[in-house]
Design a binder for this molecule. Sequence first.
Ligand SMILES: Cc1cc2nc3c(=O)[nH]c(=O)nc-3n(C[C@H](O)[C@H](O)[C@H](O)COP(=O)(O)OP(=O)(O)OC[C@H]3O[C@@H](n4cnc5c(N)ncnc54)[C@H](O)[C@@H]3O)c2cc1C
Length: 423
Amino acid sequence: MSDQIESVEDFSARAKAWLEAGGLPARKTSADPREARPQGDSEHETDGLALWQRQRELQKMLFAGGFAGLCFPKEYGGQGLSRAHQAAFDDLSVNYEMPLLLNVPSLAICSAMLLDMGTEEQKQKYVRGAISGELILCQFLSEPSGGSDLAGLLTRAQRDGDTYIINGQKTWSTNAFAADFATCLVRTDWDAPKHRGLSMIIVPVHDAATHMNRVQMVNGSMEFCEEFFTDLVVPAENLVGTENDGWTVGQRQLFYERQAVGGGSAYTSGRAPDRGSRTGLTIEEVARKVGKDKDPATRELVGWAHAQDTVNHQLIKRITVGMTSGEYPAMASSMMRLAHAEIPQQKMDMMFDIAGDQAVTSLPEGDGFLKSIGVSYLMRQGASLGGGSSEMSRNMISERVLMMPREYAADRDVPFKDVRRGR
Ligand SMILES: Cc1cc2nc3c(=O)[nH]c(=O)nc-3n(C[C@H](O)[C@H](O)[C@H](O)COP(=O)(O)OP(=O)(O)OC[C@H]3O[C@@H](n4cnc5c(N)ncnc54)[C@H](O)[C@@H]3O)c2cc1C
């Protein structure tokens, strides 16, 4: 076969035939939208290991069919195709079961970062492993001392021959319980200023030296984890990039995180039928369900929500093109990240308003359809924290895109061991 990239039309015909021939199981449809909801998009659904086993199986099916990692290079298990091929596949696969939970962070954040920054061996093991469904990656970045000031992290790694010994604590690690390895940012030099003494190391998630707790969220979900490392020994070959240059590696990872969370990643595959709203419901479905679809004020809200979605899709396209052409700096991904927090939050508020008291009461006939809006409402704020907070996104837009003066930092250029920290 020649190296010429298959046309999107030929690819689509091939993908359609494969899907129709049973390449992937058809997505369950149901009168109750919660059952037809994409996996992992609502409360409690991501908590069970059986679901994660299913995600691995689906990824293996994609891989066996030649449809995994479409935009990843072929040498690491991908297909070397373009965003246009991926977009076509997203449309075609919308009614099939897809391993959507593996998109973020395993593929679109951790694997994408390793593709840029990892050694050949790391790419063969972890990127190929994630694409083929053999392993799942997660992120160990945030610590109890604060996620916004990531460079102020306290988990330490000490070099000991050809190993690192890691001690400390990470928190808010999404779905770490289901993962195999994590990209873990640690401090390796306490004499250097905070950004210059960090290293990124790939660590096993399940190890006798790591104690993991599941953390319950306000909606009851247990997807968050926290990890305590006591003399965790990791081979030195797991270092990504160079020692003490972990900030560069971390920045790359955060770039991919903003892109993924903002909806502009080339490395996610598949999409939810409702384009990923937290409830799994569209705003017009809610309006119809409560009999307000003829109400002029409600119709205005529905129209507004659609306009915002259109603006958001255009924003993602515009920024992606701008970053690819060099017109925008990489930090412009913060704009998508911000929009992806603000717009769904506003839509969530509208759904909650439209659903009214039915969003917080359990109906006698057991219709949880509207109640799921109330539960999701409790989680609305998560969108402005995960992947970096909205305030930090605004800081980045002002300082790194608009080049306004940088925020004062008392610890800049101070050896980290001398930086004053809270108790
Ligand atoms: C859904 C979700 C998934 C997540 N998944 C992961 C994961 O997989 N791995 C991981 O490591 N972490 C994860 N996180 C953690 C996330 O990265 C942090 O919550 C985030 O970086 C904010 O850190 P923090 O919660 O410690 O808040 P803090 O940093 O303590 O901030 C508290 C508040 O102060 C504001 N603030 C702080 N500094 C400034 C400043 N300089 N200027 C203006 N405002 C400021 C913040 O915006 C925020 O509102 C996840 C979080 C969520 C909600």
